[in-house]
Every structure is written in C-alpha cells, then in structure tokens.
Design a protein around this ligand. Structure first.
Ligand SMILES: C[S@@+](CC[C@H](N)C(=O)[O-])C[C@H]1O[C@@H](n2cnc3c(N)ncnc32)[C@H](O)[C@@H]1O
Length: 272
C-alpha cells in the first residue's frame, strides 16, 4: 500500500503526523485566502458578542479568532481557545500576548470538553468538524457547554463542491472526487443545518459562501494527493504532468479558476 504524505486532510492529528510543520504552514496560507478571512470574520459577527460574555472557540488553531472574540467581550469577559494539538496551542500562545487577561488556552478534545454544562454564552468552531469522525457528537458537546439562549456558529467547507477549470475534466473529476473522500467529512458543510437541528439548536441560519483559491493554493491542497494517486497507479505520470502544466498555463494567462463552498451555520440553544 502506498502511504499518503502529510496533507491538508490530516488536521485531526497535527501532533502525530510525519510533518506537523507542513500543517502549520498550510493553515497559515489557507487562512490568508480572502474568502476564508471574510467567512471567519462573519462567524465572529454572528455570535453577537457583548462585553462580559464567556466564549469558547473549539479547534482554535493559531487562536486569531479567539483573540478577536476576547477584544469584543472586553476585560470583564472570558474567552477560552481549545485545541487538541499542543503544537497549535503553542502557536496560539506565541502569537497572542498574555496581556489579554480574558483570553486563555486549553489543550482538550472537542469530544469531551472539560467544562460544566451551561458555561458559555457563545461558541464557535471553524474548519474543525470536517476532520472528525463524529461531528454530530461534537456539536452536541458544544451545545451542552452553552447556556440556554447561547449562540453557536460553525464554519465548514464542503469539499465535494470544489470546482476547478481545466481542459481535462475527467482527470479533474478523479482528483476532486478522491480528494473529497480523503477528508474524514468531505461533505461537512451541507450537513451542518441537519446536525444543528439534531443538537437541539433553533433559529438556525445557513450562509453558503465561496472561497476562491489561486494556483499555488491548488498545489498546496491537491499536490500531495495527486502524487499519491500517481504513486498508487490511479493516474499515470504523463497525465499528472500534463494536468499540472495546463493549470500552470491557465495561471500564467491569468485565467486560473478554482473554489469551494464553505457553510457558515448559526443557531441558538433552547431555553428548555
Ligand atoms: C483546520 S484547523 C482550523 C483551525 C482554526 N479554527 C482556523 O480556522 O484557522 C483544525 C484545528 O482543529 C484541531 N483539532 C483537530 N481535532 C481536534 C479535536 N478532536 N479536538 C479539538 N481540536 C481538534 C486541530 O489541531 C487544528 O488546530
């Protein structure tokens, strides 16, 4: 069996993959995408935070959203950034000054949050559930720690919606379909409204948004996956080489087009 190299489908195991630094660099580059920045800013807005609120950001990564939430809840509030990865929490600590007293970090698993029921007014998670085997259970766990009337906002890609303009649609179809199934939850975005309902949330709003990626992002997201398809014989070296060179030409001509839909879903915990 041909082993997959560390790639963007492996954020479930940041500390135990062969190349943690690949995932940290990849997250840095993916977070720089304009569409992703807009979507993460919208997630924070939808939480309608007020001074003094308590907030949890689950799968917080570098902690930039948690830090912005902390600014919004002010010194009388409290924000906890939770992540399973020691490396990610280390990055979050390094990037955000200890002087934001209302902000703290916790290494913990989203499946078993180390907080009492009804601990937070608001909760957020961005691009976490797509990496987990039981997203419904994690949403229930996030709902458990919310106070009645509390807001939950979740942002997830739906990788099956990825579009990429190429003169070789058949190879593109094989690459995009197998890349989708390489994610633990390649169809996560579209499932969120149903899982929010199952978690007992109400006033559910659904906002699909498109995140466009440039040629270098296609290389980052698909490069190692395509190598794997080639090494296991799904695609020949010639086909792979031609496919990339056609995309590179499109890029040079300024007509490279690729994107994916991300879903921002918001809901409220019932009072009883
Ligand atoms: C794709 S990154 C997203 C990080 C951040 N939310 C953002 O939008 O930039 C996914 C994050 O979820 C974390 N993660 C993966 N599995 C987890 C789990 N079971 N519990 C908590 N965090 C987890 C990873 O360590 C990683 O930091």
């Amino acid at each position: 069996m041909v082993k997959r190299a560390t790639d963007v489908t492996q954020f479930h195991s940041v500390d135990s993959v062969d190349e943690s630094h690949f995932l940290i660099d990849a997250l840095e580059r993916l977070r720089a995408l304009e569409g992703g920045r807009t979507a993460r800013a919208a997630l924070i807005d939808r939480l309608s935070l007020s001074q003094g609120d308590s907030v949890i950001d689950v799968g917080c990564g570098f902690g930039d959203e948690a830090a912005e939430m902390a600014r919004r809840v002010g010194p009388t509030g409290r924000v906890v950034g939770v992540d399973l990865s020691e490396n990610m929490i280390g990055e979050a600590r390094r990037r955000h000054p200890a002087s934001i007293v209302q902000l703290s970090w916790r290494i913990a698993d989203a499946r078993h949050l180390p907080f009492e029921d009804h601990s937070f007014e608001a909760g957020g998670a961005a691009t976490l559930l797509q990496h987990l085997p039981d997203p419904a259970g994690v949403l229930q766990e996030m709902t458990r720690v919310l106070r009645p009337g509390g807001r939950l906002a979740v942002l997830e890609f739906d990788h099956a919606t990825t579009f990429l303009d190429s003169p070789d649609p058949e190879t593109t179809r094989v690459i995009c379909e197998t890349s989708t199934t390489a994610f633990v939850q390649g169809w996560m975005g579209r499932q969120l409204p149903r899982l929010f309902r199952w978690a007992g949330l109400q006033d559910i709003s659904v906002e699909p948004m498109t995140v466009l990626g440039a040629f270098d992002v296609a290389q980052l997201i698909l490069g190692r996956h395509v190598n794997w398809l080639r090494d296991r014989g799904t695609l020949s070296s010639d086909v792979v080489e031609r496919w990339w060179s056609q995309l590179a030409k499109a890029d040079q001509a300024g007509v490279f087009t690729m994107g994916t839909t991300t879903f921002l879903v918001t809901g409220t915990k019932r009072w009883r």
